[in-house]
Design a protein around this ligand. Structure first.
Ligand SMILES: Nc1nc2c(ncn2[C@@H]2O[C@H](COP(=O)(O)OP(=O)(O)O)[C@@H](O)[C@H]2O)c(=O)[nH]1
Ligand SMILES: [Mg+2]
Length: 236
């Protein structure tokens, strides 16, 4: 096989999705120790995490021993049930403290902070909460316009200043306005920053300090947005 073909084959393997990998292992119909080991490897390499994988594999082995899982069909059924159970179900956001409940978003550039704010705002609105967005990303071009569109779509209010203005001042005004209008939740959008860029990290600290001048226990929640493809390491 030529170099190019080998490369193509290698890439095809990584391209194969998680479900496809599971299916190809279970294709043979039988389920024995070797198949279980292969499944374990897929779970680990798909970033399910060591603990969760051990839990799934151990209960799979247990089911096989008891004869409750005998073939690939019942194994697949079992895996599906087990993994859905591990994910758990979503529960409504619990708000606490004096109104408004303030959520500050942080994360590196382009990770999806603003998009996540839009989704979160829609969900909170659908749960019956009033929401105000603070456009504290005054740095990136069009960041304010992006947030405005998301506010409009989700039925949230917005507090914004001019592009390039002080993010902390926007956050302060957002909270003041929310207090005045008795709004339940404020979500502050911020400019992306790497933890290594110290002036920007200082700016984030300032946002927090200034926010606390308006509402001492705020922000009640800091939402770190990470890229899911980073895997479990993002939590370290
Ligand atoms: N594939 C994918 N793209 C996303 C997701 N969330 C956001 N994006 C895109 O990533 C880009 C940056 O998102 P944005 O929310 O502006 O990131 P921010 O800089 O952290 O605010 C945009 O083009 C989004 O459409 C996601 O979950 N999946
Ligand atoms: Mg953004």
């Amino acid at each position: 096989m030529g170099l190019f073909d080998r490369l193509k084959e290698g890439l095809a393997k990584t391209r194969k999705g998680f479900i496809e990998k599971i299916e190809s292992v279970l294709m043979h119909g039988t389920i024995d120790e070797e198949v279980v080991n292969e499944l374990e490897e897929i779970l680990i390499t798909s970033d399910i995490g060591v603990y969760a994988t051990a839990e799934i594999v151990n209960s799979l082995k247990d089911k096989i021993k008891k004869g409750e899982v005998k073939d690939s069909v019942s194994a697949k059924e079992f895996l599906k049930k087990e993994m859905t159970a591990l994910l758990g179900s979503s529960s409504p956001v619990v708000l606490f403290g004096e109104k408004p409940f303030v959520i500050l978003t942080v994360g590196v550039n382009g990770v999806g902070k603003t998009t996540t704010i839009g989704k979160l705002a829609s969900r909170l609105r659908s749960e019956g909460h009033s929401v105000l967005l603070g456009a504290s990303d005054t740095f990136r071009a069009a960041a304010i316009e992006q947030l405005e569109i998301l506010a409009e779509r989700s039925g949230a209010s917005i507090v914004k200043h001019q592009s390039g203005s002080d993010p902390a001042a926007v956050a302060y005004d957002a909270i003041e306005s929310a207090k005045h209008k008795k709004i339940d939740i404020v979500i502050i959008d911020t400019a992306g920053r790497l933890h290594t860029k110290s002036p920007l990290m200082e700016e984030l600290k300032k946002v927090k300090r200034v926010v606390q001048k308006s509402l001492p226990h705020a922000p009640q929640e800091v939402l770190l947005v990470v890229d899911a493809t980073t895997g479990q390491n993002a939590l370290r």
